[in-house]
Design a protein. Sequence first.
Length: 395
Amino acid sequence: MQPPDPRTGSLEVFAVCLPGVEHLLASELRAAGIAAAPEVLAGGVAFAGGWSEVYRANLESGLASHVLVRIAEFGARSLADLDQRGARVPWRDWLPHGTAFEVRAHCRRSRIYHSGAAEQRIHAHLAAQLGTASAAEPVRVRVRIHDNRCRISLDTTGTALHRRGWRLEPGRAPLREDLAHALLLVSGWDRRSTLIDPFVGSGTILIEAAALARNLPPGRGRGFAFEQFTSHDAALWTRVRESANARERAGLEFRILGRDRDAGAIAAARANAMRAGVAADLDLAVARLSELDPTGWSGRGAVVTNPPYGLRLGSAARLPTLYRSLGRILAARPVGWDVTLAAADRRLALRTGLELTSALLVDSGGTKIRALTTHAAGDSDRPPAPAPHPRDGND
Ligand SMILES: C[S@@+](CC[C@H](N)C(=O)[O-])C[C@H]1O[C@@H](n2cnc3c(N)ncnc32)[C@H](O)[C@@H]1O
């Protein structure tokens, strides 16, 4: 497979995401015009596109964690096959000499079962063409040998996309940025009305929210692995960024409020928001949950939050009381206000007594996190539940 012309060629692209987020990611990519016919698979979304779509997916997706492009595919029933075909891949067409790289192989239901041996073979071919430079962030080459078929992809992203570059102060129990993004998407928040997070921590949910409302691309503050690729088209990349910048909204005419009892958390949220370029959009202050008073709220709005849940924070014994208080306070909210909670412990969330339904179940590094929401209209705009056994992503 030769790299296609930067403007016209078609690549096989796979956007990786947290398990459970695939349908939301497909909708995001379709709505942005990045993928015309995205295919939902386990762990991500496959689509066809050129470099423009690869650049845009990296820059604009709030849900993807890596964007891979397929560079070779062949049958491989033995290490000798892998050697022979690996030698024929035109590596230099994809990565210039001197690029630091790292090979990761995964074997399943195949006669080649030793992933370490497969890695060595591919590594040797790459090293023969590119040399053996080292770097803190090598380009990742992914080799999948499933059912005796070998598929080789390059990671065009580098550091995972949820690391936007602004969260240098993570607080004590931060939510992943892509998960915060997903929570906002299923919450029903309309991006035009008041948003409150009473357990704001390092500010992740609200910083993502302000960026969503202002159309700031999630990847605006960081670099990407594709900038090192042989075919990198700097002019195209500039146009992609300029076109994203042109869609930005200058300021918000509604309020985004974050509260936390911990002054250190509020300081971290402020510093993170400053780096993210949304400090002026957020109203952050130290306050306990007991100071939240919904009787003064009016119009439409949303509470989207990630309350403490005891895996990492606080005394588990006090949590049921905290959730009951949260429920009692939010029960007084006016009509038109929805509540969405990120919950690792569903039973704890149900202590609120709020009528919550599950909008999303995400596997975040082994911890299952649900988005529980009162957003009643969700049945129509919520993504359908994933198929019971979707085909494996990078197959
Ligand atoms: C799970 S963390 C939130 C993490 C946040 N989503 C982030 O990404 O950084 C929960 C936060 O609730 C705060 N908190 C705990 N009890 C509180 C209370 N009674 N009132 C206000 N904040 C509280 C903690 O200080 C902590 O920052």
